[in-house]
Design a protein around this ligand. Structure first.
Ligand SMILES: [Zn+2]
Length: 257
């Protein structure tokens, strides 16, 4: 099994992927691409119900529900609740003030985003300096872990409410981010990318191009972390997300990162 602890401070987390992992990457990416095509078709046919934008009370109740879901999945209890700021212009988390900001959007988009931001709260409560002053060392880890929980919450609510719309946003993000990372890994490992997997357009493409222009050809930390966690999950099962939290707890106790 890969050494998770090393990945916590590794900004270029994806460089831990080996040439043999490219096939696995292609397998995971092709599943995402097919899923995105299926969801887009449903959307075009007006068969996706994105739901209404929640009121403040509903958003506050959703925080309680999502908190329980995420904590039971990660094996965590008795965490102090964050403050919720809703409606806001973007989804984000402030580690200093412990505030989860939530964008004014339909509930099928808001609920998975809440899972993402609440995961940043957990990371901060366990390992306080992890998001401090935007310490880039931890960013791929934080965002990859948060994307994984966003995906988990989307999937949970899809099952609970039998509504595919919950999967739409995270599938588009993952497809775009993985595509960016896949091209980079192929370049670094002297492998030819499969054109069929990279031609699909997503709304993440512009962000990934900007990241590559600004950062010596590197994909964003979101792309690096999201793909790394997805590969780990495919190899070792969904328990990897709980293991990562355990590693953070141990690191905080030993103060060794
Ligand atoms: Zn985030």
């Amino acid at each position: 099994m890969d050494d998770y602890l090393n990945s916590i401070t590794d900004r270029k987390i994806y460089m831990q992927l080996k040439k043999e992992d490219i096939q696995l990457l292609e397998h995971v990416l092709s599943k995402e691409v097919e899923e995105l095509k299926r969801l887009r078709k449903l959307k075009e046919e007006n068969k996706l119900d994105f739901g209404k934008t929640p009121s403040w009370e509903e958003a506050y109740n959703l925080l309680g529900q999502v908190k329980n879901e995420v904590e039971s999945f990660l094996g965590i209890t008795r965490l102090q609740e964050p403050i919720i700021c809703y409606p806001y212009t973007t989804n984000q988390y402030c580690d200093k003030a412990k505030i989860v900001y939530l964008e004014n959007e339909e509930r099928t988009l808001l609920i998975p985003a809440l899972g993402h931001e609440y995961t940043h709260h957990i990371q901060t409560m366990i390992y306080p300096k992890i998001m401090r002053e935007y310490d880039y060392r931890y960013m791929a880890f934080c965002e990859g872990h948060a994307r994984s929980m966003q995906r988990y919450i989307a999937e949970r609510y899809r099952q609970k409410e039998d509504n595919e719309a919950f999967l739409y946003d995270i599938t588009e993000m993952t497809t775009g981010e993985m595509k960016s990372l896949y091209k980079r890994v192929c370049l670094k490992k002297w492998a030819m990318p499969n054109k069929g997997l990279i031609k699909i357009k997503t709304r993440m493409d512009r962000l990934e191009i900007a990241s590559k222009i600004l950062d010596f050809g590197r994909p964003s930390e979101y792309a690096a972390g999201n793909t790394y966690f997805l590969v780990q999950e495919t190899k070792n099962g969904k328990g990897v997300h709980k293991d990562m939290i355990k590693k953070l707890q141990e690191a905080q106790e030993a103060k060794n990162i």
